[in-house]
Write a protein that binds this ligand. Structure first.
Ligand code: HMH
Length: 220
């Protein structure tokens, strides 16, 4: 793959699917102001459920880093990610009360259940660190790319949705995603062809689950 890292080469080779995940009609609707607020509220409650599942997933990635990483800074970056997840959960509760959205006793919808089941499959100890960190990078990056679209100077994002978009679309979150990409690229550089194949598969699975998650939020 030349000077390009593995991750960049996969973004290139899976471009149509990547764009479906990062430029979904739900996100485009936020950026042009046409979003249906009931869809936004549905997304908010479902994503809270997802992020709660994302915590044990990140814990499993941290555990793999502790066991297998040859670079101490991985731990620092992932621990920073854990701190943002803690902030994120508090933010969801605040945002839900602002929109009068119920978070307690809400059932996860099918697409959410399937995504959470996929996360659980990646938490197994036999899943390689390179595969897990690739999936983790992809999950964070889809949100970063999606919501940064809503912060473009040409976007017409409604004021009351700006805080949501800044949470994931900010330059800060972008830098965090770049750090994750560097970790994934480094791990993939020395991975076996079998692990590389599994990591690419996990990347594509994340994109599919993200599209289904946005579709679910639109009410499909
Ligand atoms: C569905 N994907 C989904 N929810 C999130 N909060 C993220 C990615 C990024 O944290």
């Amino acid at each position: 793959s030349g000077d390009m890292g593995r991750i960049a080469s996969w973004v290139k080779s899976h471009r149509p699917m990547y764009d479906r995940a990062t430029q979904h009609p739900f996100v485009v609707g936020i950026s042009d102001g046409s979003v249906d607020l009931s869809a936004f509220k549905r997304w908010l409650a479902q994503d809270y459920i997802f992020v709660k599942e994302f915590v044990p997933f990140l814990a499993s990635v941290l555990l793999k880093a502790w066991k297998h990483s040859d670079d101490e800074s991985d731990m620092e970056i992932l621990l920073g990610g854990m701190t943002s997840l803690s902030d994120e959960l508090a933010w969801f509760r605040k945002e839900a009360s602002k929109w009068d959205v119920k978070l307690v006793g809400i059932a996860p919808q099918q697409a959410n259940l399937e995504y959470c089941r996929f996360l659980q499959s990646l938490m197994l100890p036999e899943v390689d660190y390179a595969v897990a960190i690739t999936a983790f990078w992809a999950i964070e990056t889809v949100y970063q790319e999606s919501f940064s679209l809503c912060l473009d100077s040409s976007s017409k994002t409604p004021e009351e949705l700006m805080e949501t978009c800044q949470r994931w679309g900010s330059a800060n979150f972008g830098h965090y995603c770049c750090s994750l990409q560097k970790i994934a690229d480094r791990c993939l550089e020395k991975a076996s062809s079998d692990i590389i194949r599994k990591a690419e598969e996990a990347f594509v699975c994340v994109l599919e689950h993200e599209v289904n998650f946005w579709n679910m939020s639109c009410g499909e």
